[in-house]
Design a protein around this ligand. Structure first.
Ligand code: SF4
Length: 342
């Protein structure tokens, strides 16, 4: 089992000490014997240990910055929610295809924000603007928020905040199984707890540092038993020898393990593997031994956001994915909702 994340190094922004959570975290890390450094701002972090980029990248991904979120304007987050709510940025996982490799560039350390009441106030204003429409907030656009929450309990507070709200709902997705502290949160059914799930071959080969398939399924079972609405994002759907069998086994295991009550309000989101040229360069630099297939000539080019083209599977393969996984969902979870395939 992948152990819950413990940072190797902690940086603290001075402003963070004005918040009780900031002070609590510093005391906790001191007690754990972790080296704590001061920094005026996370932008000033330049002297991370490590002899080369490869080492510094790995150390940065196990470095935690305790900071204050200054921008309280939320990004939009289509298609699964109206807004992205920022509690954490960065992640300790090492998924070869992670989008954070390109979005976080040379600053891949993890930042956790301690001014959570400011973030809740901003969310409240967004909800007021849209009321009586429901506003959905996505908490995992820039991180795997569950991966660090056993230390901060920020997500737990957010689940309870939205549990009491009238017009807000929360959702997030994780590849980590460290969910025990979230099981007794008063969610009131207003948080959709999603797991990123994949076939065993893909998790084993491309998602080092995250929880195994079995551990994620076990965690999903606990979450369902705690009464949360549950969901799975199957992503990235990646074609390899035996993929149909691999995904069938995954659905079989899920069906065998999940409590029947969970399957009535269950959602699936399907996202095929894609890459951009800049992402390919970063992946090859950070994970030079990867077996990930990134051959543009085998893919279809598609316009992406910001004008950067992405490479997706060709039409016949996309059809095959949709039909195969769509049929598995119908067979194993006939009451579940397939939200989208992209
Ligand atoms: Fe990226 Fe998610 Fe993997 Fe973390 S768990 S490295 S956020 S893909």
């Amino acid at each position: 089992m992948v152990k819950p994340f413990v940072p190797q190094l902690v940086y603290v922004e001075p402003g963070a000490l004005e918040y009780s959570l900031g002070r609590e975290l510093v005391a906790k890390f001191r007690e754990m014997g972790i080296e704590i450094r001061k920094t005026t701002s996370h932008n000033q972090i330049r002297n991370l240990p490590g002899e080369n980029d490869f080492q510094r990248y790995r150390i940065a991904k196990s470095t935690l910055v305790v900071g204050v979120r200054k921008t309280l304007k939320f990004d939009t987050s289509k298609p699964s929610a109206e807004y992205a709510i920022p509690f954490v940025t960065g992640c300790m996982g090492h998924c070869h295809y992670c989008y954070l490799q390109t979005t976080m560039g040379s600053k891949p350390y993890i930042r956790t924000y301690v001014n959570i009441d400011d973030i809740f106030d901003a969310a409240e204003n967004y909800m007021k603007e849209r009321a009586p429409e429901i506003t959905r907030f996505e908490a995992s656009c820039t991180s795997d928020v569950v991966g660090v929450d056993h230390l901060t309990h920020t997500l737990k507070k957010a689940i309870e905040f939205f549990g009491e709200s009238k017009y807000g709902k929360l959702r997030f997705v994780t590849k980590f199984a460290h969910v025990d502290h979230l099981l007794n949160a008063k969610h009131n059914g207003r948080t959709r707890f999603r797991f990123s799930m994949n076939d065993d071959y893909i998790i084993k080969n491309f998602e080092p540092g995250t929880s195994s398939q079995d551990d994620r399924i076990e965690a999903a079972k606990k979450v369902a038993e705690a009464g949360y609405p549950l969901g799975f994002i199957i992503a990235p759907i990646y074609l390899h020898d035996g993929w149909k069998e691999g995904y069938r086994e995954m659905f079989e295991k899920l069906e065998a393990q999940l409590p029947k009550t969970a399957t009535k309000d269950l959602t699936f989101e399907l996202i095929q593997h894609r890459f951009t040229k800049p992402a390919k360069r970063v992946i090859e630099k950070n994970y030079p031994m990867t077996k990930l297939e990134l051959d543009e000539s085998k893919r279809k080019w598609k316009w992406g956001r910001y004008g950067i083209g992405k490479y997706v599977y060709i039409d016949e393969e996309q059809e095959d994915i949709k039909n195969t996984l769509g049929n598995y969902i119908k067979t194993y979870f006939p009451e579940a909702k397939l939200e989208y395939f992209t």
